[in-house]
Design a protein around this ligand. Structure first.
Ligand code: COA
Length: 140
């Protein structure tokens, strides 16, 4: 049975998903800190097997950043990514009650823009804003 729940059970599961979608997982200590500093996250399980995840980082009221939305390949295109996004956006809507001006960002991987457009995300240039930028020197 597919079940979506808040948080993730373990660092191992988080790293497993990273590897499964082809991103190289972080050192466990790095993942541990990343998860500890995460504002809100959801995980999807097929019975007790982790199959998807997404999280929000940020200050919890003015600036939020959606990150690490991932579904293992075997389960992709079954609306699981959509369930993850809807749950993260429910959280955003709760925060909007307190601050309607909250800004929600994400950095889409190449080719994933269309997936996020379904949930109302637009390119910054289309909102007449400057580019999103990233400090140079990161490894893709
Ligand atoms: C991107 C990702 C999370 C989507 O999850 P998913 O469970 O496969 O997506 P869904 O089944 O909910 O897709 C919903 C719709 O978006 C579409 N869609 C999904 N990925 C898409 C893409 N890259 N480009 C265009 N449309 C896409 C689906 O075809 C589907 O369309 P439909 O409603 O007409 O059937 C998943 O492919 C994934 O984990 N990829 C690897 C990790 C990654 O790159 N994550 C994004 C980081 S920015």
């Amino acid at each position: 049975m597919i079940l979506i729940k808040e948080n993730v059970n373990s660092i191992e599961e988080f790293n497993y998903l990273y590897d499964a979608v082809g991103w190289e997982s972080y050192d466990e200590k790095v993942s541990e800190k990343a998860l500890a500093n995460t504002m809100y996250s959801v995980s999807v399980y097929d019975d007790d097997k982790i199959i998807g995840y997404g999280r929000i980082i940020g200050d919890g009221i003015c600036f939020l950043y959606i990150h690490d939305v991932m579904v293992i390949p075997k389960y992709q295109n079954k609306k699981i990514g959509s369930q993850i996004m809807n749950k993260l956006l429910e959280k955003v809507n709760q925060i909007k009650i307190e601050n309607p001006y909250v800004r929600v960002y994400l950095g889409a991987s190449k080719g994933k823009e269309k997936f996020y457009e379904r949930f109302g995300f637009i390119k910054r240039e289309d909102a007449n804003l400057g580019s999103g930028m990233i400090l140079d020197g990161f490894d893709d």
